[in-house]
Design a protein around this ligand. Structure first.
Ligand code: SAH
Length: 390
């Protein structure tokens, strides 16, 4: 095989020597790697020739290589992706009785840079790296041969694609239509797979939505950063007395209302900035039995850690203030650049400053259709902390 080899010297303390699927640009011998084309499949070896795996290379990214397999000379073709998809599908099918889930979760499923969400016979495919973009034909072929989807939508619009030197597009490459109905926790939801955010729906919060809905009967609920009502609609279906969905996106709120109607329940949409609205509600003395805050990532990159941490602290303080006595508060973070420990510490500080006494009743992450790579803590990006407030 005329495949190039990337050498990782032992002295580099690369995490890949200990199982990590990422190899950083300062961990490899760059002089030799310079001649390799962006996105090319490479073998990765230690100086002693020991195989570290097969991966793909990008000279423009800080993460030079993402590993696809633990051995060298593994063929990366449609057959490789068929094996990956089949294995991921088998795992999902043992957990879920309906075909609505994240089918492939990047490193967690052995396919770095690739995310596929399944909505019955519609697939939303997100490619985030030049290495995976080069495999797109093989990927689509594999998805076709395992699942024969009616519709396939490519979401090539993640902001980090630019860092990889990739262009931005959203395309329907098979079938027609982009609005789907999906089922989750026994509720029906609508998702818009071309206009919506990310792949169109956030399956990662499925278990946390069910947990919170378990408390919702006859309660008032504030679903802050509601997007299309993942939490709020389920809480309403579980018998909540009043559900406010708060988001800055009018199209997302319109879909939340549609989803509510599909379940014969009501939500109250409020289009506003969450920080401003929480300030206003706090001053006005408004209180909710259950407060949910599931914001967009506040720590988008490592350099945002301090301002992002401060924003989580402030959100915790403001959200606690509008939480009723003996109420419940869920604070979530989807930033992979803040550790669970730091996030929990910031939330604790915010709660302290709110003057409320809180006990942590549940610490959770994403569901099993978002598997984490055991040597890549960043892949367990979702953190949800649920507090009971006195
Ligand atoms: N909880 C949702 C997912 C939230 S995604 C679910 O279960 O599906 C984050 C949401 O925050 C997006 O819908 C985005 O429109 C919204 N958002 C981002 N910044 C905001 C702000 N400053 N104020 C209000 N909403 C905001």
């Amino acid at each position: 095989m005329s495949r190039k080899t990337v050498i990782v010297p032992k002295s580099s303390k690369a995490r890949s020597h200990a199982g990590s699927p990422w190899i950083f640009s300062n961990e490899i011998r760059m002089d030799e790697a310079k001649t390799i084309a962006p996105g090319a499949v490479v073998n990765v070896r230690g100086e002693d020739g020991r195989a570290l795996g097969t991966g793909y290379f990008n000279p423009k990214s800080l993460i030079s290589v993402r590993l696809l397999a633990p051995d060298c000379d593994v063929a990366i073709d449609a057959e490789f992706f068929v094996t990956r998809v089949t294995r991921s599908l088998a795992l999902r099918d043992t957990v879920y009785d309906k075909p609505y889930y994240r089918l492939l979760h990047a490193e967690g499923d052995g396919v770095p840079g690739l995310v596929v969400d399944r909505f019955g016979d519609v697939l939303s495919v997100q490619v985030g790296t030049v290495g995976m973009e080069r495999q797109l034909d093989a990927i689509l072929h594999a998805l076709d041969s395992v699942l024969a989807p009616k519709t396939v939508i490519l979401r090539g619009d993640a902001p980090w694609r630019a860092l990889e030197g990739l262009d931005c597009y959203v395309k329907i490459v098979k079938g027609t239509g982009h609005r789907v109905a999906l089922e989750e926790n026994g509720a029906r939801y609508i998702a818009d797979l071309t206009e919506g955010q990310k792949t169109g729906w956030y399956y990662d919060q499925r278990d946390n939505r069910a947990f919170m809905a378990g408390f919702a009967k006859a309660k008032t609920v504030l679903d802050a950063y509601s997007y299309t009502g993942g939490f709020g609609v389920l809480a309403a279906k579980a018998g909540a007395r009043e559900v406010v969905c708060l988001d800055s996106s009018a199209p997302a709120l319109a879909i939340a209302e549609e989803s509510a109607r599909a379940n014969s329940v009501k939500i109250q949409p409020v289009k506003a900035d969450v920080f401003e609205e929480l300030e206003r509600l706090g001053v006005a003395g408004e209180r909710f039995d259950i407060v949910l805050a599931d914001p967009p990532p506040f720590v988008k990159s490592k350099k945002d850690l301090e301002p992002g941490a401060k924003a989580y602290r402030k959100l915790a303080r403001l959200a606690a203030r509008v939480c009723e006595q003996d109420g419940l508060l869920m604070l979530a973070s989807c930033s992979h650049n803040i550790s669970p420990e730091r996030f929990a510490a910031e939330c604790a500080q915010g709660l302290l400053r709110s003057g409320r006494r809180a006990t942590l009743i549940r610490q959770a992450g994403a569901g099993p259709d978002h598997p984490a790579h055991p040597f890549l803590p960043e892949s367990a990006y979702l953190k949800a902390l649920i507090y009971a407030l006195d």
